[in-house]
Design a protein around this ligand. Structure first.
Ligand SMILES: [Zn+2]
Ligand SMILES: [Zn+2]
Length: 249
C-alpha cells in the first residue's frame, strides 16, 4: 500500500513563518497528542493500553501536568504505575548482581549498565507523545522528498521560508541523502545549504545587534529584529520554542 502523503501538513509548516517548519509542526503535533490523551480518550481502553505501555518522557510528563485535568492525569499515571511496577518486579526478581571478583577481572566498560538499570532506561526513553510526533514527522520528511522529486515549484516554497533549526536540519539532510537520486541531490543540497547560511547569518546579525543595543551609545537606536533574538537563536541551535507560554486546557 502506498504511504499517505502529508502535503497539507508540510505546506502549512513551510508557510507558517516560523524559524523552523519542523519545530512548528512538532509543537502542533505535541499539543494535539496531549489534548487527545487528556481529552476524552484517556477512558478508552485502547488508548490507555498504549499510554500504559509507552509512558511519557520527562518533558511530556511536565507538559501533561501543565495541560491540566487532574483526574485525567490521575487515571493515566495510575495505570502506567501499575504496568511499570509489574515489569520492575520481574526485573528485580530476576536480578543477578555482578560479583566483586568478576567485576575486577572483567571490568565493565565505563557507563555500561546492569540489566535492571537498562530496563529502566529503556522505559524512560519511551514516550507516547514522542512516538506519535515521530511517526507523523517521519511521514512529513518522506513527503518533503516526494515533493522534491515531483513538484517543480517546491524548492521555491522552501527558499521562501526562514530555513530550519540545526537540530531538524540534521534529519532533513539525512532523509534527502538517503532517498533522493544523484541529480536531485545536486539540486537540493546547494539550495538547502545556501539557505541555511543565509538564515543563520540573519539570526547572527539579530543577536549581535541585541548585545549592541545594551551599549548606552545605542540606547536610542532602533531594536530592528533583535527584541526576541535570544529565543530565536536558541531555537535555531537546538529546536523548540523556549519562549512559548504553557500549553493548557
Ligand atoms: Zn526545528
Ligand atoms: Zn516525549
Amino acid at each position: 500500500m502506498k504511504e499517505k502523503l502529508y502535503t497539507i501538513e508540510l505546506h502549512d509548516a513551510l508557510t507558517s513563518g516560523d524559524e523552523c517548519p519542523f519545530c512548528w509542526l512538532e509543537r502542533k503535533l505535541e499539543q494535539e497528542a496531549i489534548a487527545f490523551v487528556l481529552g476524552s480518550s484517556y477512558m478508552e481502553s485502547d488508548t490507555r493500553d498504549k499510554t500504559d505501555r509507552a509512558g511519557f518522557c520527562r518533558s511530556h510528563t511536565k507538559a501533561m501536568f501543565d495541560y491540566g485535568n487532574n483526574l485525567g492525569n490521575a487515571w493515566i499515571f495510575k495505570t502506567r504505575l501499575t504496568w511499570l511496577r509489574q515489569g520492575l518486579k520481574k526485573e528485580m526478581d530476576g536480578f543477578a548482581p555482578g560479583s566483586a571478583a568478576l567485576l575486577g577481572r572483567f571490568k565493565k566498560k565505563e557507563g555500561q549498565e546492569c540489566s535492571l538499570s537498562s530496563w529502566i532506561r529503556r522505559e524512560e526513553s519511551s514516550c507516547y507523545v514522542c512516538g506519535r510526533v515521530q511517526e507523523t514527522y517521519g511521514r512529513v520528511l518522506d513527503t518533503f522528498v516526494h515533493q522534491v522529486k515531483h513538484e517543480a515549484e517546491f524548492l521555491g516554497l522552501v527558499r521562501a521560508s526562514k530555513g530550519f533549526c540545526i537540530h531538524h536540519f540534521a534529519d532533513l539532510v539525512q532523509v534527502c541523502d538517503q532517498k533522493l537520486g544523484k541529480k536531485e541531490k545536486e539540486q537540493v543540497f546547494p539550495a538547502l545549504f545556501e539557505q541555511m547560511d543565509k538564515e543563520l547569518s540573519r539570526i547572527q546579525e539579530d543577536i549581535d545587534w541585541l548585545i549592541e543595543k545594551y551599549d548606552y551609545r545605542n540606547k536610542d537606536k532602533d531594536w530592528k529584529n533583535s527584541r526576541d533574538a535570544v529565543q530565536r537563536t536558541m531555537q535555531k541551535i537546538i529546536g523548540g520554542h523556549p519562549a512559548d507560554p504553557v500549553f493548557h486546557s
